[in-house]
Design a protein around this ligand. Structure first.
Ligand code: HEM
Ligand SMILES: [Cu+2]
Length: 492
């Protein structure tokens, strides 16, 4: 009983993470829609404003989705290892401070480097923005990153304490045959270990290059190697953005077994897949460097080959596992299980154009086109973020007696179609060779942008419905004992 009470009180912090994350995702969609309307020639928008929107949209989406993804990981991981709630709370605080600084930097001081802040752009803006804007943005990102870094260090500590090492968290002793498959770490622990390894690396690289940028903004005579900066920046950005889906997928591993009464076993193949994706994720950021002819050729070739393979092991093992666990299980479809299943579809479909783009020959033609946002909007918008929405419905069902209604179900269908529309619009634009990150488009390029904007409106409305349901759950559970009564009832 004590345990349940403690967990229920932790749930309110987890719910706060999710409410903030999902709300920010919804608000950022509005900036996405405005950008598409501007590109589509429907809305008159100053280019400077477009790039501010681009910056806040990219930063906000990745930051908010990572925040919500961390909540999914934390909710389930605490059942296996002893996590620090203080540090988890601290991460939220740091993130909020960072977000506020970024918002002020972008909207009050017109900072607009896009979320990739590629050196030396923060300092060299041709007077588009000044020192204060750049500092607010860069320091804000640093604060945000430090919060996440602390959290992953705590997660790593807890996993090492329980399992002996991060290698054992990935099940290496099972892979090597020293331990039986039956004693493999749970899927949640494996995924959390992977994310800890890649994100501690990513955040360290990110903090390093942010600090170098900050010094360069304050004192322009301090310069550093732009190629090193680009490597560090993409090591951060690529890995951190990727890690969201690897936190979200924990919802798949935990929720589907509860709905089907079948366990999700971490067998040897599963463990090997996760170890492969761990190492690939760390090195394939080099696919962002394919245009940098000064990079060592072997690195680019490696980046190319491994990019094909990057997420595939985990994706295949998870998609296959999800189909197997659901097949003839008599699963009850509701909002949570439905969203989780759709997320597997979005992830799978979104990876295909990514693999096409990772091919050097295609990359030379496609990389700076809207083909790229086309694939990542699919696997972020219909993969990672949907895992998070699915988890939100799961939590509200598990933790209260709040019922879903027809609106929720309509929103699920509308959301799915709308993200296919947004991503499809980007992919068509890419096939027409429309460059990405251009504030204005030629008339030939405008059609798919307008189509994407209309789809985007549908997505934003759907997310609003998801968020309203979740806020209602938070209100119900704050009202007092309802949740507790529910829990006791279920346990009885
Ligand atoms: C209604 C849904 C959405 C719409 C209408 C939308 C729209 C846009 C647009 C117009 C761009 C700029 C494209 C260009 O380069 O010309 C963009 C970029 C981007 N979006 Fe979205 N988006 C949506 C959802 C999302 C979601 C769910 C995520 C991630 C969780 C996301 C993450 C990003 C990122 C990371 C960029 C790249 C920013 C950059 O190039 O610096 N978006 N989006
Ligand atoms: Cu990448």
């Amino acid at each position: 009983m004590e345990m349940i009470r403690k967990k229920r009180s932790d749930n309110s912090l987890i719910a706060t993470y999710l409410a903030i994350g999902a709300t920010v995702v919804g608000v950022m969609m509005i900036f996405g829609i405005l950008m598409l309307l501007a590109q589509g020639g429907v809305l008159e928008l100053q280019p400077a404003a477009f790039y501010q929107f681009l910056t806040i949209h990219g930063t906000g989406m990745i930051g908010a989705a990572a925040l919500a993804g961390a909540a999914v990981m934390w909710y389930f991981l605490r059942n296996y290892v002893d996590l620090s709630k203080k540090i988890f709370g601290l991460n939220l605080l740091f993130s909020l401070i960072g977000i506020v600084m970024v918002i002020i930097g972008v909207f009050s001081f017109e900072y607009a480097s896009s979320w990739t802040f590629l050196y030396p752009l923060p300092a060299l803006s041709a007077n588009a923005w000044g020192t204060i804007g750049a500092l607010l943005y860069l320091v804000g990102m640093l604060v945000l990153g430090v919060g996440f870094l602390l959290m992953y260090i705590d997660v790593g500590r807890a996993i090492i304490k329980k399992y002996g090492s991060l290698g054992k968290g990935l099940g290496w002793d099972v892979i090597s045959g020293k331990k039986a498959e039956a004693d493999a770490p749970p899927a949640t622990v494996v995924a959390s270990t992977m994310v800890t390894i890649v994100n501690v690396t990513a955040l360290t690289a990110g903090a390093t290059v942010l600090i170098m940028n900050i010094i360069n903004v304050i004192n322009p005579s301090f310069t550093f190697d732009p190629l090193l900066a680009k490597n560090l920046t993409y090591a951060f950005g690529h890995i951190f953005a990727n890690s969201i889906i690897y936190m979200g997928v924990i919802a798949v591993y935990e929720i589907l077994p509860r709905y089907t009464n079948r366990p999700w076993k971490a067998n040897r193949i599963f463990l090997i897949a996760w170890t492969m994706s761990t190492s690939f994720t760390l090195v394939i950021y080099t696919h962002h460097m394919l245009m940098d002819s000064v990079m060592p050729k072997w690195m680019l070739i490696m980046g190319q080959i491994l990019s094909y393979a990057n997420g595939l092991p985990v994706l295949v093992i998870t998609a296959y596992g999800a189909l197997m666990i659901v097949y003839k299980s008599g699963i009850k479809w509701d909002m949570a299980s439905g969203l989780i299943f759709i997320s597997m579809f979005g992830w799978t479909v979104g990876v295909v154009p990514a693999i096409v783009d990772a091919t050097i020959v295609v990359n030379h033609v496609m990389h700076n086109t809207k083909w790229v946002p086309g694939h990542f909007h699919m696997y972020m918008g219909l993969g990672a973020v949907v895992m998070i929405f699915g988890f939100m419905y799961f939590l509200s069902k598990e933790d209260s007696s709040l019922k879903t209604n027809l609106f929720d179900r309509i929103a699920l269908i509308c959301y799915t179609l709308s993200i296919i529309g947004v991503s499809g619009g980007f992919l068509v634009s890419g096939a027409l060779s429309t460059p990405r990150r251009w504030a204005t488009h030629f008339p030939d390029w405008m059609g798919p942008a307008v189509f994407g904007a209309v789809s985007g409106v549908l997505a934003a409305i759907s997310v609003t419905i998801f968020v309203i349901h979740f806020i209602r759950y938070m209100m119900v559970r704050n009202k007092g004992n309802e949740g507790k009564v529910f829990h006791e009832r279920k346990l009885a």
